[in-house]
Design a protein around this ligand. Structure first.
Ligand SMILES: NC(=O)c1ccc[n+]([C@@H]2O[C@H](COP(=O)([O-])OP(=O)(O)OC[C@H]3O[C@@H](n4cnc5c(N)ncnc54)[C@H](OP(=O)(O)O)[C@@H]3O)[C@@H](O)[C@H]2O)c1
Length: 327
């Protein structure tokens, strides 16, 4: 069975992607084959598409950590041909060909039936960014962080950041958003932020061992010095959900926020989360935590992936990019 995919190849150390026709291997035991209706573009996909070391095992490779579509072959009786399904993370788009192809073959234990309230397109408007945002917010909600103080979100116009802003605001938190994009203040307000802090202003003053406690909690999608500063500004018993590293992988913090304020730094790894947690997060996103993302979604076909990858790597993406297969 042949199918079209955005195949990334390596030539003399340089990586580039092109739409090519490739062959789907026959169905392995324990697997399903999914006709992919939609995928989405995440930061990790941009790294995989450009050959950044440590993401993809070997090239040629089809990236795409998110998949939404319909089962066309199954070796697991829990699934039937025609089931609408979603799959995110695990090794999809890292060592197993992913959602940038019209077909994928995945272990059935990575696949979930879509909640009835969500169609394939809506699920990919959220994608991994959405379930990561939901996991970050859940840490804050589960710790009963009060809404008396605002909650801070960094990388706020990005995929994870913008959905975090939307969910937190829907749950009644006052959301302050850190962004590098001066011209997106109104967009961030429409997503639910009440105050926008420009990134340069936030990082203007050096990080203190313990700063004024003005935030109840935070979702940090960027890491580095911004994460260190956020931790120093969170009030007693606050939670900082940490999920990203676009601003840097390393940070230095004093112990004071932890030992004088009981602040919790909560790590998120959505890719390897259990299917049980993923199911819970999809259910939240399709019910109480659902957002109308249509104004912040760009839909493209696989031949448009290259341009969007450049944008995300340059930190210029706003909202989410959904990839549509077929006409
Ligand atoms: N741990 C997990 O399970 C998990 C899951 C998904 C994603 N992630 C990670 O989360 C991060 C965000 O992912 P995403 O898909 O939301 O990416 P994205 O859409 O590209 O968003 C990243 C945002 O970060 C901000 N930014 C860009 N460059 C920056 C810099 N040098 N310094 C500070 N901020 C910068 C930009 O927003 P502003 O201009 O508004 O500041 C950008 O839109 C990535 O590191 C990704 O790998 C982790």
């Amino acid at each position: 069975m042949k199918y079209k995919a955005y195949l990334v190849e390596e030539n003399e150390g340089k990586h580039s992607g092109q739409v090519k026709e490739i062959e789907m291997p026959s169905l392995d035991d324990g697997n399903v084959i999914i006709k992919v209706h939609y995928s989405s573009l995440n930061y990790k996909d941009a790294l995989a598409s450009s050959g950044v070391k440590g993401v993809v095992k070997s090239y040629p490779f089809v990236p795409g950590i998110d998949v939404a579509g319909e089962i066309i072959e199954t070796s697991n009786s829990e699934f039937s041909v025609g089931d609408n399904v979603v799959a995110t993370g695990y090794k999809i788009g890292m060592s197993v060909f992913g959602g940038f192809g019209e077909l994928v073959q995945l272990p059935s234990k990575w696949v979930l039936k879509l909640p009835a309230e969500l169609n394939s397109f809506d699920s990919m408007c959220y994608g991994t960014a959405g379930i990561t945002a939901a996991a970050c917010v859940k840490k804050i909600v589960d710790a009963n962080v009060s809404n008396e103080l605002p909650v801070l979100v960094s990388g706020a116009t990005g995929g994870v950041g913008s959905i975090s802003v939307g969910i937190l605001s829907k749950l009644g938190y006052q959301v302050h958003a850190i962004s590098g994009k001066q011209d997106k203040v109104e967009t961030l307000k429409s997503m639910g932020a009440s105050e926008i802090i420009l990134r340069d202003e936030f990082t203007n003053e050096p990080v203190k061992a313990l700063d004024k406690a003005i935030y109840g909690g935070a979702v940090d999608t960027v890491g580095g010095e911004i994460l260190a500063k956020i931790i120093s500004m969170v009030a007693n018993q606050g939670v900082v959900s940490c999920c990203g590293n676009v601003a840097g992988a390393m940070f230095t913090s004093s112990v004071f926020p932890f030992i004088l304020r009981g602040v919790q730094l909560s790590g998120i790894d959505s890719a390897e989360s259990s299917l049980v947690l993923k199911k819970e997060l999809w259910n939240l996103l399709s019910n109480e935590w659902s957002l109308n993302l249509t104004d912040h979604i760009k839909t493209i076909q696989i031949d448009g992936i290259g341009d969007e990858v450049k944008k995300i790597l340059n930190g210029n993406q706003v909202g989410r990019v959904v990839i549509k297969h077929g006409d």
